[in-house]
Structure formats: C-alpha cells, structure tokens
Design a protein around this ligand. Structure first.
Ligand code: NDP
Ligand code: MG
Length: 410
C-alpha cells in the first residue's frame, strides 16, 4: 500500500489524482491533502479519503476546517505544515499540484526527503531548475513528470531513462551541456536528436490577431481540449504555457533549448514526440485526459487503469501539425530567449507572468497587456546564476515589483 500526499488536492490535477486513486483502493492510501481556499471541497475529500493530515494556508481556515472534519484527521496550516506532509517518513509519493510559485518550497521538501515526486507544478522547475535538479540528484528522489507533454516524452525515451537519471549526469549551470555533442548534432540522451513538444494553440489559435485585445478571461479559460485551472488556461491561450514547458523540458531531460521544438497540434491527441538519430520518431497518443499521465506516474514502472476513455483512432480522424506564429504568440518567443540564458531569468519570467495573468483574470488589464507587462520586466533583466534558493526568491520578488510598476503604467 503506497502512502500518498497530494499538494493542491482541490485543483484540477488534485481532483483528477483522487479520481484515479479511488479506482485503486488496494494500491494507494491518502496520507495528506492540502488546499488554499476551497474548504468545502477539501472537507468532502477528507470525508471520502480519510487522510491522516490535512493542510491549509492560514490559521483561520484551519480553525474552520477543524469543525468540518473527523477527529481522525489532524488539521495543520502554513508552510511548515506543507513541508511536514511532503516529507513525512510514512509518505511514499507526493503529487505536487499547487499552482504557481507557492508550489516550490513544499515540492522541494518532498525532493529533499527523497520521495517519489509526481511533478505537475511546472513553475517550481521553471523558477529553480538547476537547484531543483541538483536536489533530486543529491537526495535520490524519483522525479516523474505529470505535465502531459513531459510525461509523453518520458514514455518515449529509452526505458533505462528516469528523470533522476538525467539529474545524476547533469552538469552544473545550464542544461544540455553534459553531452559532448549536445549541439546541432543531438542531445546527451542516447540516440536522441530532438524533443518535440506539442501544444494545441489554445482557444485563440485562429481568431484574427487584432481581436486579441478584447477577449475576456472566460474566453481565455475556455480551452478547446483540456479542462484546467484558470492560471494555466490563460497561459495556454498566450502559449506562455508552452514556453514554461520548454524550460521545464530543458531541466527534466538535460537538453538545450535548441534541441526542443514546439509544434501546434490542434487535436491534443499526440502529447509530444522524441526524434531519434536514425530518423525514427516516437510519440505518445491518448485522449486529452490528465488521468492518463497521472495514472502512468502513480503506477510507474507498472501500468494501471486510469478511467480515461480509450482512444478511437478512426473516430479521431486527421491529426494536424503546424508551426506556431510568434506574432500571435509572442510569449513563446520571449520564453525561448529566456531559455537561452537561464540563470534567474526563468524565475523572473514566471513571476512577471503570474502577476500579469492575475491582473488579466481580475479584469484589470487586456489579454494583450500580459506580454507587454512580462516583456517590460524581462527587458534589461541582468541575469545572475542563482547559487541558492534565496537568490531565486529575490529574483521572484524583484520581478513581481517590476511587473506591478509596469501594470500601474499601463
Ligand atoms: P488549480 O488552480 O485548479 O489548482 C491549484 C491548487 O493549488 C488548488 O488546490 C489550490 O487550492 C492550491 N493553491 C493555490 N494557491 C495556493 C497557495 N498560495 N498555497 C497553497 N496552495 C495553493 O490548478 P491546476 O490543478 O490546473 O494546476 C496545478 C499545477 O499543475 C499548475 O502548476 C499547473 O501548471 C500544472 N499543470 C496542470 C495541468 C492541468 O491539466 N490542470 C496540466 C499540466 C500541468 P484551492 O483550490 O483550495 O484554492
Ligand atoms: Mg502541458
């Protein structure tokens, strides 16, 4: 019986994880659940899954929750509570599904404790990729990607590859330097020439570019294929999500940005691909349902049922691929520039983007202002190489302050 902690249990990934777990009561037991604002939902989850601990973000919500859960569940709050349930001796695996920068520290607590870490929170790796992978290497934690693209690539790599393996041979500094021929010739992964990340292009793939100024938050969150939290949905609409995923891929698989291509695939059936030097391309296909990568990682190295519908290839019909246009998706071009320099630039990119997306969702700025804000923060960003998490946090704070200044100037 595997003991599982879910960080961010009330979100889209958290709920999908509990759905998969409920299908396998003989394999998984829920050790702890955590959430931020959705207390009622959390209380219902506690009722169903009877975790030993539940963690919220403030003392006040902890007091409210205590009245709603049975006495067998201990209610904790704050960053110490999160770190405790992520690193507890009794825990075998941790689903890291808190959204945004808030996910970094609890995810790292799980990594430091050497857990099997199922990583959905891409922002942690974007912010602190070098330090994060170094921590994976030192602790012997097993890192399994949940982001569907990275999970697809993981599935298409040679079986001997595990993300912990990539971390073991990771050289200091930027990713992609540990292979002697890791340039135009290929990657440091044996026989692998390139990784291809696919992305649907989101809800605004074909609307006229000049109409982007007036799109609403609800339109931006209406993703054609995936049902996700609001922040990542906006990131999908700007394709900043694919930019963050490019950076995520560089760290997870130890490749340089030049070895990662991005293709638009509107049907979201091919979740990503690996190109080998002999001309073979391996892809992972499936219906767009996050329970597939979640079940894959939960059961890894075995397989188990996820609850997702089987893919009907004939009913699916044509699969299309096209190049992303940077005029429509300028966030993608900016993220690639950031991936070229790395250091603390991705932390700044992520922080500025979080501020801008929050302002857009609150109705304070237009959709097209998101790139204006993020771009203004990244212009003249003097990159430093963070040797400690404090430096990452400083870059995050500085970028947030600059983003707020930029918002106020709009
Ligand atoms: P949601 O917004 O649906 O859920 C986020 C979760 O994090 C909720 O449980 C929320 O609690 C909790 N949370 C939010 N802010 C804080 C905070 N400050 N401190 C502690 N907990 C907090 O997001 P998703 O599930 O969509 O995404 C989660 C992560 O997974 C993101 O990093 C995203 O990029 C990544 N991801 C998601 C995919 C998807 O299909 N959804 C696909 C690939 C990656 P509450 O709801 O109670 O406020
Ligand atoms: Mg993804």
């Amino acid at each position: 019986m595997q003991q599982l902690t879910i960080l961010g249990a009330t979100g889209s990934i958290g709920v999908n994880t509990l759905d998969v777990v409920a299908r396998h009561p003989d394999r998984f037991s829920v050790f702890a659940l955590t959430a931020h604002t959705r207390l009622e939902q959390l209380a219902a989850q506690c009722h169903q899954f009877r975790p030993r601990y539940v963690v919220v973000t403030s003392e006040k919500t902890a007091q409210l929750l205590t009245q709603q859960v049975s006495s067998e569940t201990v209610v904790l709050w704050g960053s110490e509570g999160l770190a405790m349930v992520a690193s507890h001796d009794k825990v075998d695996m941790v689903m890291a599904a808190i959204v945004g920068a808030a996910g970094l520290m609890p995810t790292l607590a799980a990594v430091h404790a050497g857990k099997k870490v199922l990583l959905a929170n891409k922002e942690a790796l974007v912010m602190a990729g070098g330090l994060f992978m170094e921590a994976v290497r030192c602790s012997g934690a097993t890192l399994l990607p949940i982001d569907s693209e990275h999970n697809a690539i993981f599935q298409c790599l040679p079986q001997s590859f595990a993300c912990v393996g990539a971390a073991e041979k990771l050289s200091a500094g930027a990713p992609g330097n540990s292979g002697s021929e890791a340039s135009n010739q290929g990657t440091s992964l044996p026989g692998v020439r390139r990784l291809l990340l696919s992305g649907s292009g989101g809800p605004f793939r074909i609307i006229p570019v000049d109409e982007l100024t007036t799109v609403t938050p609800d339109q931006a969150c209406a993703h054609p294929n995936w049902k996700m939290g609001r922040k990542i949905s906006v990131d999908s609409a700007t394709m900043m999500n694919k930019g963050l995923e490019l950076i995520e891929a560089c760290w997870l698989f130890d490749v340089g940005e030049a070895q990662v291509e991005i293709v638009i695939h509107p049907q979201s059936i091919v979740h990503s691909l690996v190109e080998y030097v002999d001309g073979s391309m391996l892809a992972q296909l499936g219906n767009p349902d996050m329970r597939v990568p979640i079940a894959h990682a939960l059961a890894w190295p075995e397989r188990m049922e996820s609850g997702a519908a089987m893919l009907d290839l004939v009913a699916t019909g044509a699969l299309n691929f096209e190049q992303p246009h940077l005029q429509r998706f300028p966030c993608l071009g900016l993220a690639r520039e950031v991936a070229k320099v790395m250091g603390d630039a991705p932390a700044a990119l992520n922080a500025a983007n979080e501020v801008a997306v929050e302002a857009f969702l609150a109705g304070r700025i237009n959709f097209t202002d998101i790139i204006r804000v993020v771009d203004s923060v990244m212009q003249n960003w003097s990159m430093t190489e963070p040797s400690h998490l404090v430096m990452v946090q400083e870059a995050d704070t500085r970028a947030r302050n600059r983003a707020v200044e930029s918002l106020n100037r709009l």
